[in-house]
Design a protein. Structure first.
Length: 295
């Protein structure tokens, strides 16, 4: 999902650097989607100690994955305006201490999930961690298909929450996975256009780097934005949500799709910024509506 930097005032500089390394705002979205997966599977039978342990463990693994990603990309981050102030390229953290932090919280999070929530959520978290650090990260310099792998990683969070209930993964779990997977593509493509020059300087193979006028990127964003209308309605189509959710999801999806219809080349950047911010608003609203309908 999107890289968002934070600034923590009033905290010691080193702790601020560790917090930036873990990207807590990005992890917050992971926690929301994990929570939705748990609530959707559990219904009214929420086991609070398991839920809290699942959220904490998932947050630790997500933070560790973000940190390991920055460890591996520290040299490339130094080339980009948007990332050169991160803890490693700016020199606020050394490579050894950043690596130690990343590995420690990743393993601690996996251990917590395994002992408190079960083997399945720990295994799914380990899969997400491995895909993100060892597949998605190197693919960013090899092929534009890296975005597909990144979207798979981001879509695993509700599966982790679902698995933590002990219920088998059914079509409800995969409906949430599909929503997260498809949503990330127009979200990522919008980011890729906004930061295309940065990505080109770092040698990252993003869709926008080989698309000078943005026409191809614009088509992909438009198609995927329109696809979110039926995809967002999947829980209702599967009988897992009611009419309230269906109407709200279609209306919300339509509004989001309209923001994904980019116009002429001269305003590509403004359009990309609009669809990016719309995507940030769309997903949490949709998931909250789903949880309201479920409860």
């Amino acid at each position: 999902m999107s890289d968002v930097q934070i600034s923590l005032t009033g905290a010691p500089p080193t702790w601020c650097a560790y917090a930036e390394l873990a990207k807590p705002r990005l992890s917050a979205l992971v926690l929301l989607t994990t929570l939705v997966g748990y609530v959707a599977a559990a219904g009214g039978s929420i086991h609070w100690p398991v839920l809290l342990a699942t959220l904490l463990g998932t947050a630790m693994v997500a933070g560790g994955a973000n940190a390991l990603n920055q460890v591996r990309e520290r040299g490339w981050d130094a080339r980009m305006d948007r990332t050169r102030d991160r803890p490693l390229p700016s020199g606020r953290l050394g490579l050894l201490e950043a690596t130690r932090f990343a590995v420690t919280i990743s393993l601690a999070g996996l251990l917590l999930l395994w002992t408190a929530a079960g083997t399945a959520p720990a295994a799914w978290s380990a899969i997400a961690l491995g895909l993100y650090v060892f597949v998605y990260t190197p693919l960013k310099r090899i092929t534009v298909a890296n975005t597909i792998v990144g979207a798979v990683v981001g879509a695993i969070a509700p599966i982790i929450g679902w698995a933590a209930t002990g219920h088998p993964l059914d079509r409800g779990a995969w409906a949430l996975f599909t929503i997260l997977f498809v949503w990330q593509l127009p979200h990522f493509f919008s980011i890729a256009w906004l930061y295309r020059r940065d990505y080109a300087r770092a040698g990252f193979r993003m869709i926008s780097v080989t698309d000078p006028d943005g026409a191809f990127t614009a088509r992909q964003v438009a198609i995927l934005g329109l696809l979110m209308i039926p995809v967002g309605a999947l829980p209702a189509a599967f009988g897992l949500a009611g009419r309230f959710y269906l109407v709200a999801a279609v209306a919300l999806g339509t509004a989001f799709a309209l923001t994904c219809l980019w116009v002429g080349p001269e305003s590509r950047t403004a359009c990309a910024r609009r669809s990016f911010y719309a995507s940030i608003a769309y997903l949490p609203i949709l998931l909250i509506l789903y949880m309201i309908d479920k409860t």
